[in-house]
Design a protein around this ligand. Structure first.
Ligand code: 9YT
Length: 134
């Protein structure tokens, strides 16, 4: 069994990653080296920001537990409000814009394959497929 606490084991360590843009901070509670087959994060999306994302190598489920924002599905040209209790699943490598609303949004995110820990979006909104040890 692995037990971790956000405050004591994640915040302020290498498991906490902030985008260069400052748009989001990801606190990575479970990573690839835990060998669970997925990674598990709490992500803060800053209010009023917009981030282009395209996970071409990963599937991600996202569940909102606080704050507000929206997701714009580029292919479908639809926009969905996100608030406490909203889930979205990026099951088709969906290109999208993620927008923070009037307050920071707190999201619980699961990635398959798991992130190894250091990923931030590249200029195409992608996360690379990092192998452990890279
Ligand atoms: C919801 C989302 O994809 N936000 C960007 C950060 C990502 N969730 C991560 O690395 O934790």
């Amino acid at each position: 069994m692995i037990v971790r606490n956000l405050q004591t084991d994640v915040i302020g360590t290498a498991r906490e990653v902030t985008a260069d843009s400052g748009n989001w901070t990801s606190r990575r509670l479970v990573l690839a080296d835990d060998k669970a087959g997925f990674s598990f994060h709490e992500t803060l999306i800053r209010a009023g920001t917009e981030t282009y994302i395209h996970y071409d190598q990963h599937i991600e489920a996202v569940y909102c537990v606080g704050g507000n924002g929206e997701i714009h599905d580029i292919e479908a040209n639809t926009t969905h409000a996100i608030r406490d209790g909203t889930m979205y699943l990026l099951d088709a490598h969906d290109r999208h814009y993620l927008r923070g609303g009037s307050e920071d949004m707190r999201l619980i995110c699961v990635f398959n394959p798991p992130l190894s820990g250091r990923e931030v979006h590249d200029e195409n909104g992608h996360y690379p497929l990092l192998q452990e040890g890279n």
